[in-house]
Ligand binder design. Structure first.
Ligand code: CA
Length: 220
């Protein structure tokens, strides 16, 4: 799952990034309204954590803009503005949740899980294919009933394939979903991650992935 964190305090943004990455989320940080708009237009996200006081504007204006343009994924406001009026305003403008600062990371993660679980009922929270079971909200992967430990990026990679089982995924489609920004992408790295993932979820001579030369990969 990919989360956009809109936060201008660098240390707090880094703290959030680390906490989320440890729980297998892919994270992009935007420190300004402009950067947040760019991030959302260049990539898709499963949720947004939104600060309100930003150097070039108000997070609420971003929220209004996103909702008007049809962005329907969950938005959790994380703000030092925490009067009842502030919260009502944020929720009325289209936020799904509102957490005041200072906050506990554990609580933020729990709120985020709740939002994603709700969202996942529309999509699908548990994906299964050929003995492989993936719980997107609980971040668990099982192979024939046995738990498999994946790193956060391996998890994100597997999720792309499980969401698109049987389809050939191009290298661009894959990297766009598992790297936070286009600038980080090194396609050789994708092959490295693919081989690690295969090492963990393929047993014996069973091949779960088909390599489509020059194009990408397919989960069979
Ligand atoms: Ca701020």
């Amino acid at each position: 799952m990919k989360v956009l964190v809109v936060e201008d305090q660098a240390r707090l943004a880094e703290f959030l990034r680390q906490g989320l990455v440890e729980r297998s989320y892919t994270v992009a940080i935007a420190a300004t309204c402009a950067a947040a708009s760019d991030a959302l237009s260049e990539s898709s996200f499963d949720a947004v954590v939104l600060d309100l006081g930003l150097p070039d504007g108000d997070g609420l204006d971003l929220l209004i803009e996103w909702r008007a343009s049809g962005f329907m994924e969950p938005v959790l406001i994380l703000s030092a503005r925490d009067t009842v009026e502030d919260r009502i305003r944020g929720l009325d403008l289209g936020a799904d949740d509102y957490l005041p600062k200072p906050f506990s990371l554990q609580e933020l993660l729990a709120h985020l899980r709740a939002l994603l679980r709700r969202q996942a009922q529309v999509k699908q929270a548990v994906l299964e294919r050929n003995g492989l079971r993936m719980d997107l909200v609980g971040h668990l992967v099982q192979l024939d009933g046995v738990q498999i430990d994946l790193t956060s990026r391996e998890f994100a990679l597997l999720e792309v394939f499980m969401q698109n089982a049987g389809r050939v995924m191009t290298r661009t489609q894959i990297t766009e979903k598992i790297w936070a920004s286009h600038y980080e992408i090194d396609t050789n790295l994708l092959d490295v991650y693919m081989s690690r993932l295969r090492g963990k979820i393929e047993r014996g001579s069973v091949s779960r992935f088909k390599t489509v030369r020059g194009i990408g990969y397919q989960l069979v």
